[in-house]
Design a protein around this ligand. Structure first.
Ligand code: AVI
Length: 338
C-alpha cells in the first residue's frame, strides 16, 4: 500500500507569496473594484467545506445526486479509455472522494494498473481524503499533492510518463467565467499529453426555478456558505464585518447562463480589515459579487472542447438529463506549439 500526500513547497514552485497574503491582496483588489467582488475560491476553509458538504446533501441541490447516478451507471466505461495501459487518475479539487470512490472501486475490482493522485490546495481536505481513502481501499496506490492545480500538474508531468485521466467533477468548471474556463482548459491541455483524457462535470441549462432553488435553499445553508466568506475575512484578516447587515441574494442571468450570487449591504456602512490596513465603505443596497455558477447548453460544451484542443469522446447523462459528465481526449498535432 502507498497512500500519502505531498505538499509542494516554495522550492518546488518558485512561489514565495503566502496564502494569507494572497487572500489579503484578493480582498483588497475585489473590494476596491466597482462592482465589489470576493472570489468564490475563498469559500472553502474548514467551516465553508463543512457547509458545502451540507449543501450537497440538500434535496434542492440536485447536481451531486445526478453526477452520482451518472458515475454509478457508467462506471465501466472509464477503465477502458487507455486500452489496458497503466494510468494516473488525477483528481482536481478532490472534496470528500465519495464520487471518485465509485470509479476507484471499479478499477480495483478489475485489477487495472493505476495510481490515484488527488490535488487540492487545502492540506486539511487532503488529510481527511487520504485517511478515508486508505480505510476504504487498503490496496490503493495513491499520492496526494497539496498545491495549486497547475503547479501540481507541472510537477506531475516531470515525475511520471503515464497516461492521465483527469477528473474535474461536480460542476467545478461552472465557477469559472467563460473566458476563465477557456484559459483553464487550455492550460490543462498544455500540461497533458496527446491521448490523455479529462472527465468534466457540467450542469445543463434547465427550468429556471429548479436551478434557483438549488442555490437558495429554505434552510439558509447556501446563505450561510456565502456569509462565511465575510466571517473568514473577519477571522483570518482581522475584519469587522457585521454579517447581519448583509443579505444573501442569488439570481439567474438568462443571457450569460449563470446563477450569480451576491451579498448585498442593507445599509450604508463601512468595514475595516486590519491585515489589509483599510476600510471599505458600502452604500445602502450595494452588492458584493461572490460566485458564478455557469450552466451549459450542449452547444456550449461542444464549442468549449473544440476551441481548447479536445475531442469529445462521450457525453454521459443522468436519467433526467439535468447534468452531463463529458469525457474529452487531448488532441495534439506535431505542429502544436507546446
Ligand atoms: C463547487 N461548485 C460547483 C458549487 C456550485 O454549484 O457552483 C458551489 C456552490 N455554491 C452554492 N452552492 C454550491
Amino acid at each position: 500500500m502507498n497512500l500519502d500526500y505531498k505538499r509542494l513547497n516554495p522550492k518546488d514552485l518558485n512561489n514565495i507569496v503566502s496564502p494569507v497574503r494572497l487572500f489579503a491582496l484578493d480582498v483588497l483588489n475585489g473590494l476596491s473594484e466597482y462592482p465589489k467582488r470576493l472570489s468564490s475560491k475563498y469559500f472553502y476553509d474548514k467551516r465553508g467545506s463543512e457547509l458545502f458538504q451540507k449543501i450537497m446533501e440538500l434535496p434542492e441541490y440536485y447536481l451531486t445526486r445526478c453526477e452520482f447516478e451518472i458515475l454509478q451507471s457508467h462506471k465501466n466505461v472509464f477503465g477502458d479509455l487507455f486500452s489496458g495501459d497503466s494510468f494516473n487518475v488525477v483528481e482536481l479539487g478532490a472534496g470528500d472522494g465519495m464520487k471518485t470512490s465509485i470509479l476507484i472501486e471499479n478499477f480495483l475490482s478489475r485489477n487495472l494498473q493505476f495510481r490515484y493522485i488527488p490535488i487540492d490546495i487545502s492540506e486539511t481536505a487532503m488529510q481527511t481524503l487520504i485517511s478515508s481513502m486508505s480505510k476504504k481501499f487498503p490496496s490503493l496506490n495513491a499520492q496526494g499533492v497539496v498545491a495549486e492545480y497547475f503547479d501540481a500538474l507541472k510537477w506531475l508531468s516531470s515525475v511520471t510518463q503515464q497516461r492521465n485521466l483527469v477528473l474535474f467533477l461536480g460542476s467545478n468548471l461552472g465557477n469559472f467565467s467563460k473566458p476563465q474556463a477557456r484559459v483553464f482548459l487550455r492550460g490543462l491541455w498544455n500540461t497533458l499529453n496527446d491521448g490523455d483524457c479529462v472527465l468534466i462535470g457540467f450542469d445543463l441549462k434547465k427550468d429556471i426555478e429548479l436551478m434557483l432553488k438549488a442555490y437558495n435553499d429554505p434552510g439558509g445553508i447556501t446563505a450561510e456558505f456565502n456569509y462565511n466568506l465575510l466571517r473568514r475575512v473577519n477571522r483570518e484578516l482581522g475584519g469587522d464585518f457585521e454579517i447581519s447587515r448583509f443579505r444573501f441574494y442569488p439570481s439567474y442571468n438568462v443571457f450569460s447562463g449563470a446563477i450569480e450570487s451576491y451579498l448585498v449591504s442593507q445599509i450604508e456602512q463601512s468595514a475595516f480589515v486590519k491585515q489589509v490596513g483599510q476600510s471599505f465603505t458600502f452604500e445602502a443596497w450595494e452588492p458584493i459579487h461572490t460566485e458564478y455558477s455557469y450552466k451549459y447548453l450542449e452547444s456550449d460544451i461542444e464549442g468549449l472542447a473544440a476551441s481548447t484542443g479536445y475531442k469529445i469522446e462521450m457525453q454521459l447523462y443522468d436519467s433526467k438529463r439535468y447534468f452531463v459528465d463529458s469525457v474529452w481526449r487531448v488532441e495534439k498535432k506535431e505542429t502544436d506549439n507546446r
